[in-house]
Design a protein around this ligand. Structure first.
Ligand code: HEM
Length: 447
């Protein structure tokens, strides 16, 4: 039976204030707000924030549609259109659909596959081991430290070049400014004239141009870089790799995971401090893993407690908790009419707190990822890396990075919170981190 979609009701609208509507609670804690409304209103509802209206779709069916069954209903291109046009990168991976997107994903697949990452594991270890050697009763401001660690480490592993704290700050300031203007439409374009932005952009552009030049003249080319992969893609489809596209790609390793991976590291560190009862168990596992020196990938893969801890943090604090899309056509969802062009927020991690899939979902429980429970393996329920064609291209790399960094920190350092944990909150800018007062003291651990 075909449904007359136009005769269906629109999704219920969340009640809010006049003019601002739900803007304030959304800015304060978007994940909490969406979760609360999902519990009240179910799988589909509309929410207004000042002059924007979003239709939220959530639950197992939304995940299933997004992941496989009805992918064609969702487009990323509308949402990214202004950004990709103004930033002069019309074929940026995350902003394209269809053939151009699948071409890029297919080309990148072997680069991000486990086999290729295994070769790069020592490079990842080198960066964090160098870092922990400098920790000596050191008080570290967690957010800037983690952002630089992400950019530096992923940049080094993927492009062969490290980035300093000053460079990371400049990359992220540039990136945040243009996304706030062209993507989230929160800032006026006047922000492009801010001297701080212009200085940061100069640093970023200079770094990027030198990186591209260095890569093409690199002697020997022993380990393939991400840039080599992009050059290969360009040879096959020059029309999808304009100069601007190539420049944007060059910087991806330095900015792509800084917020999502940085925020995830931040919550794991927080939860380790919050769960002292699990620390000796984690350290026993880590010490055994170091019995013959830095663990190789097989040893890392066998670390079930640390892996369970990381998966549990990503369930409870998913930094990419929902995905922005537009409806590519009119369709029915949850008995309601979704109109072509509607701005959608697919709340892909609503299932993380659903007791039908995760027993006692509020409880911090690292056992749920072990045989026979394997709660995260149920289809469509666990989505820290998103769902569908744009699922995180670097998810295996990110999991390896999390394992390497926390194994190294647990092995070589003791850490304690400088500010009491109760004084920390989640903050969004736009991705979730703990507040900037999160400070940790690292001391050397006798091993
Ligand atoms: C724990 C760490 C990470 C988390 C939780 C995470 C999360 C996500 C999520 C939820 C998406 C889907 C976005 C969407 O569909 O709109 C995504 C996509 C993406 N991520 Fe990650 N990410 C992480 C690490 C990284 C790293 C380290 C990189 C850098 C190399 C990266 C690069 C990307 C790219 C390029 C995409 C877009 C893929 C596409 O459009 O096909 N991510 N990530």
């Amino acid at each position: 039976m075909t449904i007359d979609v136009s005769a269906l009701p629109r999704p219920p609208l969340v009640k809010g204030l006049p003019i601002l509507h739900s803007l304030v609670p959304i800015l304060r804690d978007p994940a909490e707000f969406v979760r609360k409304k999902y519990n009240e209103l179910g799988d589909v509802f509309r929410v207004r924030a000042f002059n924007r209206e979003l239709t939220v779709m959530a639950g197992i069916e939304a995940n299933q549609w997004m992941g496989v069954e009805r992918r064609e209903l969702f487009t990323s291109e509308i949402n990214w259109a202004e950004f990709t046009e103004k930033a002069n990168c019309p074929h940026m991976l995350i902003g394209v659909d269809g053939e151009c997107h699948s071409y890029q994903r297919k080309m990148l697949k072997p680069y991000f596959a486990k086999k290729s990452l295994v070769e790069r594991l020592p490079m990842m270890q080198e960066i964090i081991e160098k870092q922990v050697q400098t920790f000596d009763n050191s008080v570290v401001s967690v957010n800037p430290w983690l952002k630089n660690l992400m950019s530096n480490q992923v940049g080094y592993v993927m492009q062969g070049k490290e980035a300093t704290q000053e460079q990371t700050d400049a990359f992220m300031f540039t990136q945040n400014t243009i996304t706030n203007i062209w993507m989230f439409k929160r800032w006026p374009s006047l922000a492009l004239l801010n001297p701080h932005y212009l200085r940061a952009k100069n640093i970023s552009d200079d770094f990027r141009d030198k990186l591209i030049a260095w890569n093409s003249s690199r002697p020997g080319k022993s380990l393939e870089t991400y840039m080599d992969k992009i050059e290969e893609g360009r040879k096959g489809k020059p029309e999808w790799f304009t100069d601007g596209d190539v420049q944007a790609h060059a910087m991806l390793p330095y900015v792509g995971g800084v917020d999502t991976a940085g925020g995830t590291h931040c919550f794991i560190l927080y939860e380790m401090l919050n769960h002292p009862e699990l620390m000796s168990r984690l350290r026993t596992e880590v010490d055994a893993a170091y019995a013959n020196g830095s663990p190789d990938h097989e040893v890392l893969d066998g670390m079930k407690d640390l892996h369970g801890f990381i998966l549990e943090c990503m369930r409870l604090h998913p930094t990419g908790f929902a995905l922005n899309r537009n409806a590519a056509e009119d369709f029915e969802f949850g008995g309601c009419r979704i109109r072509k062009g509607d701005e959608l927020l697919i709340f892909t991690t609503a299932t993380h707190m659903d007791e039908r899939y995760f027993s006692e979902p509020e409880k911090f429980d690292i056992e749920r990822y072990r045989e026979p429970r394997n709660e995260h393996r149920q289809r469509h329920v666990y989505a820290p890396f998103g769902r569908g064609p744009h699922t995180c291209v670097a998810s295996t790399l990110a999991e390896q990075q999390l394992m390497v960094n926390f194994a190294t920190l647990l092995r070589f350092t003791n850490f304690e919170a400088v500010v009491p944990l109760r004084k920390l909150k989640k903050k969004y800018s736009p991705v979730a981190f703990m507040t900037d007062n999160f400070t940790v003291r690292f001391t050397k651990r006798a091993v």
